[in-house]
Design a protein around this ligand. Structure first.
Ligand SMILES: [Zn+2]
Ligand SMILES: [Zn+2]
Length: 95
């Protein structure tokens, strides 16, 4: 596996990466730039429905996910969702 598929450093720094910005913009556009739960347009976040790790438990970089695992949520619905549900983690062998 290519090493740049794996997270190095902090997750926060990755969210500033141009590759995440491009992926995020793509998902926002697909979802019509609104929250898929409430239709709100304020403080939009792109949320991961699943987290993927390799066989050693190392997390993949946030942009290395199929679009179907990403969804646009407003800040409120995003926070509520994370409060209610734990994001499932799957081991992915070949990504
Ligand atoms: Zn919402
Ligand atoms: Zn989230």
């Amino acid at each position: 596996m290519k090493d740049d598929n794996i997270i190095h450093g902090t997750y926060g720094a990755l969210l500033l990466d141009f590759r995440w910005k491009a992926k995020r913009a793509h998902i926002l556009k697909r979802d019509g730039c609104k929250c898929v739960v409430c239709g709100g347009t304020k403080g939009l976040n792109v949320h991961h429905k699943q987290y993927h790790v390799d066989s050693q438990g190392r997390k993949f970089v946030p942009w290395n996910y199929d679009d179907k695992y990403l969804v646009t949520l407003c800040e409120k619905c995003h926070r509520k969702g994370h409060y209610r549900y734990k994001v499932p983690v799957f081991v992915i062998k070949n990504k």
